[in-house]
Design a protein around this ligand. Structure first.
Ligand code: ADP
Ligand code: ASP
Ligand code: MG
Length: 815
């Protein structure tokens, strides 16, 4: 036979109960005679607890009681034929009257003992089982309600009672014997002590009830039916990418649940383990999914770990002092004391010098633990052999679990790298003696981020998610979104990365969505649902969301974002940018940004600062990293100027060519922003700095293209007028080039740590002679590439190629 246990969420409402009964009936129809264990309806145990506490505090509990009653009645009404309803209402009403009487008593006395609390919460399971057994009995007359408190005998440790195995064994055996032909619906969670007083087995204890019955009855399997597809690699409410584990060993399941994986109550494993009965965790709402089987042998797997779990609320107590050195009995005394007082110690770490012990407890127990320690070690404290114990709150425990861990080196390294890279401070570390788990204590605010980052780090076969905050929705930003949307599937299949744009802002509006903004409709969303943009707020919000693998993308050309870069790195967020401002400011700032990014282990990528999508920054970096020496860099890095000189020949006047370039959208609104050379200068400055030179923009020797009068013109029209007036100057230049069979090029040069940009006439032997259209070209002459320089050439401007360069940088973040 099998035990089928259904949790609170499986009996939370009418459709769920119908799903439960479909599973039970199917088993019954197949000739099986399962034993069913049910929890209280979802939320009812919590509500009963709250009512009891409210009553003790002199507050009203009536409204809550009414709610619970109505939830049950509504289900009877919906799932039972009218002719069967009355006796069920009556019995339920008797239960609720009893609860009300108890609560009245508590209210009058203003006193709530653990014993009364157990009695009150026990009605949750009693009501749900009675009710569901009657609903089932409409189709299966053998269905019978069983109050487990008559069969599960325990000690008097109310709230978390221990089972008297031999007595329980006898009673359950007799029960099964007497009802061999019945379909039993057994209340989970509850038992009774030797005086017959109701006890409970601890929160989540219905799982344990199922295991107790399974063990006594030698069930072939204990099926725990819940609302998820088995035991997952992490809590799916926090880690969206958690996936279901087909097989776990009892030990693994125990460790995972001990460290917070709520899906199964840890003590459940013990009776099953002793009798080698498999536990299967399955989904009531997806009954065809096989779920997770927990058995003796975890089987073979390629997963480095099985899962990551966490205890969200934890306090840490630190004990230090010379009194501990070499005193082998010290920790014995300490932990015996805590065990005697039922304080559960979640994790212990001891420094190798034995000078200090740190241990984690439930926050509710922390002050009690300190008081106990003060009493037990009073003499040591007085003699200053022990320092006054301290408590730290608002901490969480995160644990990675798996049997493979002890065979695989580097697990802790991977864990700490993932935490460190995301700026998560580790307060204490413990490796379980079983080597099946490594646990760390971190700040509670970092928990969700840590779980996701560690999940990404260990389940590499899964996609890594980058969370992107994009500033700027002009040409480049919007093109990037188009490309991201188009490449979505390819990326996740080929590159194992998923890029989620979770924040977007332009100068007017900003919008956030942690689940990822739909890139096919971002414009409407930003306009419609966005709030008024403010860069400071945008960045604060980005930091506050505390997401793992986070990237800030600056797709603007404005000065303001750069002032935040350092701050962003300090929050362990990487930056990808096509904005040149930060890198071409002072050298001090240039250096500071790199130092900060390095210190915080994040990336700073700006390939599109030079030559748009062309691999220039990366090539230079690779040359430097591989120990090559840069002798000279020569480059044409302005697509606009290239276009102009490539077309400035024959009959065309300079005026015509510039006008045409502007019409084609190749120039800035004021063409002097290109022809003045400032943008080119910035690119050369960045390259020179990346090549290792400490250089400022004033150090660049920037040769002019235009005569002074053109530069001085006060408007764009006036500028064009000056171009016409200076026609002879330009014609002379063209004539000089043509007569010498040369072409005009505006070339930047880096040599001996000096940068110069100037107009040059080059002949056909020069590698820059054949440049066409608006292409960029750069040639690196190095120790290795001395005779034939390394040349990169191609389109160096335009939204498509620039966005593609930003995209490539993004994919490389964290790689
Ligand atoms: P039930 O009401 O069936 O007893 P619980 O609420 O006790 O269900 O446990 C199921 C819940 O446990 C799931 O809904 C899920 O959100 C949560 N959970 C936390 N960690 C895990 C995990 N590692 N695997 C599966 N579920 C988990
Ligand atoms: N109803 C109890 C609880 O909520 C027992 C259980 O659901 O397993 O803790
Ligand atoms: Mg549960």
């Amino acid at each position: 036979m099998k035990i089928l246990k259904f949790g609170g969420t499986s009996v939370g409402d009418a459709p769920s109960i119908s799903a439960v009964l479909a599973i039970v009936k199917k088993s019954y129809a197949a000739g099986e005679r399962p034993l069913v264990v049910l929890s209280a309806m979802a939320g009812v145990t919590n509500l009963l607890t709250k009512m009891a506490e409210d009553a003790a505090a002199g507050q009203s509990f009536q409204a809550d009681l009414k709610r619970v009653e109505e939830r049950h009645f509504a289900i009877v009404k919906e799932l039972m034929a009218v002719k069967y309803q009355n006796p069920v209402y009556t019995k339920l009403k008797l239960f609720f009257n009893e609860i009300e009487d108890l609560l009245q008593g508590i209210y009058a006395l203003r006193e709530l003992s653990p014993q009364s609390k157990d009695l009150i919460v026990s009605f949750g399971e009693r009501c749900s089982n009675f009710m569901v057994s009657k609903i089932a009995a409409q189709d299966i007359p053998e269905a019978l309600y069983i109050d487990a408190s008559h069969y599960v005998k325990t000690d008097s440790n109310f709230g978390q009672a221990h089972v008297n195995e031999s007595l329980t064994d006898q009673l359950i055996t007799a029960l099964a014997h007497a009802h061999a032909d019945n379909l039993l619906f057994v209340t989970g969670f509850i038992g009774s002590n030797e005086k017959g007083r109701i006890t409970t087995l601890g929160r989540g204890g219905s799982d344990y009830t199922a295991a107790i019955f399974g063990s006594v009855l030698n069930a072939e399997a204990i099926e725990i039916w819940t609302d998820v597809n088995g035991m997952l690699t992490a809590d799916p409410r926090i880690v969206k990418k958690a996936f279901s584990l087909p097989v776990l060993s009892y030990t693994e399941a125990m460790e995972l649940s001990y460290f917070g994986a709520k899906v199964i109550y840890p003590p459940t494993m013990i009776p099953a383990f002793l009798k080698k009965i498999p536990i299967v965790i399955r989904n009531t709402f997806d009954p065809h999914f096989p779920g997770t089987i927990i058995q003796f042998d975890a089987g073979k797997t390629t997963l480095p770990i099985k899962g990551i779990s966490s205890i969200a609320e934890s306090s840490v107590i630190n004990l230090a002092g010379s009194g501990m050195i070499g005193k082998s009995g010290f920790s014995g005394r300490l932990f015996t004391l805590l065990a005697r007082e039922q304080i559960n110690v979640v994790l212990i770490t001891q420094s190798s010098s034995e000078h200090s012990i740190t241990f984690a407890v439930n926050p509710d127990d922390a002050l009690k633990a300190v008081k106990l320690i003060e009493m037990e070690f009073e003499l040591e404290l007085q003699a200053n052999k022990l320092v006054q114990p301290t408590v730290e709150d608002n901490l969480s425990v995160l644990a990675i679990v798996g049997e493979n861990m002890k065979k695989t080196p580097g697990m802790s390294g991977r864990l700490f790298y993932a935490l460190g890279r995301n700026g998560i401070n580790v307060r204490a570390i413990a490796q379980g003696s079983s080597e099946y788990n490594i646990s760390v204590i971190i700040n509670k605010v970092d928990l969700a981020k840590a779980l996701n980052a560690v999940h990404d780090a260990f389940f590499a076969e899964l996609k890594k998610t980058l969370y992107v905050f994009n500033l700027g929705t002009g040409n480049i930003g919007s093109t990037l979104f188009k490309q991201l949307e188009k490449q979505h599937e390819f990326l996740s299949e080929q590159n194992d990365v998923e890029i989620k744009v979770v924040g977007v802002s332009n100068s007017r509006k900003m919008y956030f969505d942690v689940d990822g903004i739909n890139l096919s409709s971002w414009e409407g969303t930003l306009e419609g649902a966005g709030e008024v943009a403010d860069l400071g707020t945008f960045i604060e919000k980005m930091k506050a969301l505390n997401l793992p693998n986070c990237v800030f993308v600056d797709n603007t050309a404005s000065k303001l974002p750069a002032t935040y870069y350092e701050d962003i790195f300090k929050a362990n967020i990487s930056i990808v940018t096509c904005n040149k401002i930060a890198n071409s400011g002072t050298f001090e700032q240039y250096k500071k940004l790199r130092d900060t990014a390095r210190k915080h282990g994040v990336d700073f990528f700006y390939e599109t600062n030079v030559g748009a999508g062309l691999p220039i920054v990366r090539v230079l970096k690779d040359l430097m990293l591989s120990g090559d020496q840069i002798i000279r860099i020569e480059a044409i890095l302005s697509g606009t100027i290239s276009y102009i000189f490539n077309n400035f020949k024959g009959d065309a006047s300079f005026y015509d060519v510039v006008k045409k370039a502007q019409e084609l959208g190749y120039t800035e609104p004021d063409p002097r922003d290109d022809l003045g050379g400032i943008d080119f200068m910035r690119k050369m400055l960045i390259l020179a700095r990346d090549a290792g030179h400490e250089i400022e923009s004033e150090d660049v020797d920037l040769g002019a293209i235009l005569p002074a009068s053109c530069l001085a013109a006060t408007s764009v029209e006036a500028f064009y007028a000056e171009l016409l007036r200076e026609n002879k100057f330009f014609e002379d230049l063209k004539e000089r080039a043509a007569s010498a069979n040369k072409v005009i090029r505006y070339i930047g040069k880096l040599e001996h740590g000096k940068v110069a940009i100037a107009l040059e006439l080059v002949d056909e032997n020069h590698p820059f002679y054949a440049l066409s259209g608006s292409d960029n070209i750069i040639s690196f002459t190095t120790e290795r590439y001395k005779d034939r320089p390394l040349v990169v050439k191609g389109p160096g401007a335009g939204a498509e190629v620039t966005a593609a360069g930003v995209f490539a940088d993004l994919v490389n973040v964290g790689a």
